[in-house]
Write a protein that binds this ligand. Structure first.
Ligand code: SAH
Ligand code: SF4
Length: 363
């Protein structure tokens, strides 16, 4: 079999991309170029079902139409700047759209499924004090094409079907609300992913959680809670000053009732900061009776200047026992991809010094 070749063209860098459009929008594009709607549907199938990387592949489209398309559009805006494979089978792609702003996405194969983790922003403005992405500041929101494009690239390099997707890469998904929702619709309607296999993780933006509850998409929502106490959460996540624990947990409970979906509370464990017995007790009280899971994430070390450390295994176990003793469902996130800096909270677009602007343009 011929080796897979990534779409690395540079000539079409500034053309609008076809992915990111719905079937109806692709039909409209076909009609505008003098073709029938049917050609638009064929195009959608090439882009989303067959994951075509070039116009040449689209053999059942008339050659003249393919030529016009190639003059006016590119398939995907994304270029790969770097591709790393970890010792525990995680792939991390560093991508860009032809400029010097890079962002990351990760492929996570498991025994029973393949998942992926994608970014929604370049950088993040939320400033959480434990997060490498937050440290680097914020550049911009990603477009629908850039969000969907990450999935398609990861599916392209994966030998197995990528059935699950989490929005836990760089950025706060709910700050890029419209593009997030359209990307999820494309992932579902065009690519065929189940809404139940899409997870949005949020720092806790209350108005957007309320909006999302009204969208009627049975996706999985996760709140990064990280402490049941405002004094502690304030220090970890500046957003808590605006929407404190009671308010954001209240919004999550309303979301749960409105959608009937089980929700997740993510709980990053930092030694001596939020891993104490009183916080386990208060957390259990806070989520009592809610159909939910608490997902424990031992801190992945990044130097954010606050001296945070990962708790010992015994301490994590004690926290877990306290929650389970109070009949809370608990899972623990296993860290993967550490050797290629692909673990949670480590996605920071580590490119400075390695990829100058010029290098990126020609990759
Ligand atoms: N902005 C969203 C989603 C991206 S972050 C959010 O904050 O929820 C995805 C997850 O990684 C969040 O739960 C976040 O708290 C966690 N995270 C950030 N930095 C981390 C670190 N150093 N170690 C472990 N998890 C971290
Ligand atoms: Fe942004 Fe999430 Fe990192 Fe906080 S944890 S800075 S919200 S990416």
């Amino acid at each position: 079999m011929a080796p897979k070749v990534y779409n690395r063209g540079i000539l079409s860098d500034y053309l609008p991309s076809l992915i990111g459009n719905t079937s109806a929008e692709l039909e409209a594009i076909a009609v505008e170029l003098g073709e029938s709607k049917f050609r638009g549907r064929q195009l959608a199938s090439w882009l989303y079902q067959k994951n075509a990387q070039s116009f040449e592949e689209m053999r059942d489209l008339p050659a003249a139409f393919r030529k016009t398309l190639a003059e006016k559009y590119q398939i995907s805006p994304l270029r790969i700047a770097d591709h790393r494979h970890s010792t525990d089978d995680v792939d991390k792609l560093l991508v860009h759209r032809g400029d010097d702003q890079v962002f990351e996405c990760v492929l996570l194969p498991y025994k029973d499924r393949v998942s992926c983790c994608v970014s929604t922003q370049i950088g993040c403005p939320m400033g959480c004090t434990f997060c490498a992405t937050g440290m680097g500041g914020f550049d911009r929101n990603l477009t629908v094409a850039e969000i969907v494009g990450q999935y398609l690239l990861l599916q392209f390099i994966s030998p197995r079907r990528v059935s699950h997707l989490v929005f836990m890469g760089m950025g706060e998904p709910l700050l890029n609300y419209d593009n997030l929702v359209k990307a999820m619709k494309i992932l579902h309607d065009e690519i065929g992913l189940s809404y139940r296999h899409l997870t949005v993780s949020t720092v806790g933006l209350v108005p957007q959680i309320k909006l999302l509850a009204k969208e009627d998409l049975p996706i999985h929502l996760a709140l990064s809670l990280h402490s049941p106490f405002d004094e502690v959460r304030d220090k970890l996540m500046p957003v808590n000053h605006k929407w404190p624990v009671r308010e954001v947990v209240g919004a999550m409970k309303s979301y749960q009732r409105a959608t009937g979906r089980k929700i997740t509370f993510e709980y990053l464990l930092i030694k001596d900061v939020n891993d104490t017995a009183d916080q386990a007790r208060e957390l259990a009280n806070l989520v009592k009776g809610v159909p939910c899971v608490v997902n424990l994430i031992p801190f992945n070390w990044v130097d954010t200047g606050y001296g945070f450390a990962r708790p010992t295994k015994e301490r994590v176990q004690a926290f877990r026992n306290a929650l389970e003793g109070a009949r809370v469902n608990v899972t623990e996130r296993t860290e993967r991809g550490h050797d290629i800096a692909a673990a949670c909270g480590q996605l920071a677009g580590q490119h400075e010094g390695r990829f100058g602007k010029k290098t990126l343009r020609v990759l």
